[in-house]
Design a protein around this ligand. Structure first.
Ligand code: AMP
Length: 296
């Protein structure tokens, strides 16, 4: 496994591997502090690509003022061990100066999909994401890029960008990896105090209950699901709901309260963002209308 810190060296190495090693190039973009969720992306990439590139970059332009850019958890040594054990070929770890030698005057911005959910509470966040993902795509020129459904809105936004700009890259969405007790893995889970960690289980519990009740017909409409999600999350006395929304996926249009999800003819996402103390957690689940098949 090669560890590369400059764009020039990465380009040279990828050119070399393209000419000497068969198979496509797969890119797994991350901000590091790797866990098994990231690991599942690397494993999927390993199955599909001859060269697997993992990028680790805490991207300053996707953090707003007062957010955790400075304190975002970092552990390069451990990240390299995780990358190695998941069969990564190249780890790209640029510093901020390498990626932004001067403040960028060019940004890539996707409209509409970015104005709601996390885009509403984190203005400019998705412009930062799509801009850095573009830069990484231009540097690595991957055939496949792997993203977790943990950040489902990010998947929808990036797929839209790839379609709109005719990028010759296949986006591969990967399922959410959870702890045994249901909490979705996240680098930010280390911020949680023990009581917050315990109470954060209301997120997965609310999604699981909503899916069960949709499948057995106890709840049917988007309004009932919204109400159910909020009620279960509120069982935690410290949970502060940012949003508990029901939208079509991947279009991300809000579903009207009266709509019966099983008859809606499309995939629905139940998307949550909830604060526990200073930590904001997100989670989601998809409900498939036609076959009534669900994924958590
Ligand atoms: P991050 O380092 O948080 O920016 O995440 C990098 C990639 O890993 C993103 O595509 C995330 O959606 C994905 N990811 C993070 N947590 C999980 C998880 N629990 N399950 C699956 N993918 C995840």
């Amino acid at each position: 496994m090669k560890v590369i810190r400059t764009i020039e060296e990465l380009r040279t190495e990828i050119k070399h591997r393209r000419s000497s090693i068969s198979g496509p190039v797969g890119l797994v973009p991350t901000m590091g502090y790797l866990h098994e969720g990231h690991g599942s992306l690397m494993q999927r990439a390993r199955e599909m690509a001859g060269t697997v590139v993992l990028s680790i970059f805490v991207n300053p332009i996707q953090f707003g003022p007062g957010e955790d850019f400075e304190t975002y958890p970092r552990d390069e040594e451990r990240d390299l061990a995780v990358a190695q054990s998941n069969g990564v070929d190249i780890v790209f770890i640029p510093d901020v100066q390498e990626m932004y030698p001067q403040p960028t005057k060019t940004k890539v911005a996707v409209s509409e999909l970015t104005s709601l959910l996390c885009g509403a509470s984190r203005p400019g966040h998705f412009d930062g994401v799509t801009t850095v993902v573009n830069k990484l795509f231009n540097i690595v020129k991957p055939d496949f890029a792997f993203f977790g459904m943990k950040d489902a809105q990010q998947v929808a936004v990036i797929e839209q960008m790839v379609r709109d700009l005719n990028m010759d890259i296949e986006i591969v969405p990967c399922p959410i990896v959870r702890e045994q007790d249901g909490l979705a893995l996240s680098s930010r889970n280390v911020y949680l105090k023990p009581e917050e960690r315990e109470q954060a289980l209301v997120l997965s519990k609310s999604l699981k209950t909503a899916l069960e009740q949709l499948e057995n017909g106890t709840v049917e409409t988007a309004g009932e699901v919204r109400e159910l999600l909020s009620r279960i999350i509120s069982e935690s006395s410290i949970a502060v709901i940012d949003y508990a929304e029901v939208l079509s996926f991947p279009e991300l249009t809000p579903v009207e309260n009266e709509t019966r999800l099983a008859d809606s003819g499309s995939t629905t996402i139940m998307a949550l963002a909830v604060r526990f103390g200073k930590t904001r957690l997100i989670d989601n689940a998809l409900f498939q209308a036609k076959e009534g098949i669900s994924h958590v």
